[in-house]
Design a protein. Structure first.
Length: 265
């Protein structure tokens, strides 16, 4: 793979408010800029984190945020979470509702609670006209069913850190969704995921780190992932899709700007 960075990338999903990154956000963002990452989206997993993400987006240029409740946190959402998410998501620096969805791997929240909180957030997003960042793990059928039953516009759905194979990705694409790929796509044993990545249309693919998690190859041993490493993901995907790193970076950046309605400085 080429050694030079694929310039002008956007990390569409990272967790700058996480304790492993929060104390050095300026340095993290500086390293990202030096690597050719021009903007990042700070994703939220609960109401407190949504507020922190919004604050970070106001403090730093070309940092945007989401507001939402992760399925792990669904059981603790509280009674007024739809209204609180809506208030946060209406802010200009907040570009999406999420991350929300279903996670049946750990079942940290009961499945029926996850499903209800997911459906409520889809309704919020439809009401205010914002896209939705969806997390799904070992729950793809139910996730897709809830999206289909909602008022959500499929073209405003982003499946983040996608881990399914070609069959699942085709079903996601059928509803018009955009697909985000994290460092998992670079892992040696992720051949099926790379086959899936190869069939996503050029205008419906974005890249992300999910930092501080999921450090990609060749820096997989890095304990704390960060947005600068999105360059490795982009290089891997460019190779899988028979594209130059520069052309692929340009496409994914244009996709992110369009999907999230980003206004870059």
């Amino acid at each position: 793979m080429p050694s030079e960075p694929a310039a002008n990338l956007i990390d569409t999903h990272c967790h700058l408010a996480h304790g492993r990154l929060r104390q050095e956000v300026p340095q993290v963002l500086a390293r990202a800029r030096n690597a050719g990452v021009e903007a990042v989206i700070c994703a939220a997993t609960d109401l407190h984190g949504s507020g922190t993400a919004l604050s970070l987006s106001r403090e730093h240029e070309n940092v945007f945020c989401t507001a939402g409740i992760h399925p792990h946190e669904a059981k603790d959402a509280g009674d007024d979470y739809p209204a609180r998410i809506e208030r946060l998501a209406r802010e200009g620096r907040c570009v999406a509702v999420g991350e929300t969805g279903l996670d049946y791997h750990y079942d940290f929240s009961p499945r029926d609670v996850q499903q209800h909180v997911f459906a409520e957030q889809l309704a919020v997003a439809a009401r205010i006209g914002k896209p939705v960042v969806v997390h799904t793990r070992e729950a793809f059928d139910d996730t897709l069913a809830i999206v289909r039953e909602s008022d959500a516009d499929g073209s405003r759905i982003l499946f983040h850190s996608f881990t399914g194979g070609p069959d699942e990705i085709r079903r996601a694409l059928q509803i018009g969704a955009t697909i985000g790929f994290s460092g998992i796509v670079t892992f040696r044993k992720a051949q099926e995921l790379r086959r899936a990545a190869a069939i996503v249309p050029d205008d419906r693919i974005v890249v992300e780190t999910d930092a501080p998690y999921l450090s990609p190859e060749p820096v997989r041993k890095m304990k704390t992932n960060e947005p600068a490493n999105v360059v490795h993901i982009a290089r891997c995907l460019a190779q899988v899709r028979n594209s130059s790193p520069e052309a692929f970076a340009g496409r994914t950046t244009a996709n992110a700007i369009r999907f999230f309605g980003l206004e870059l400085f």
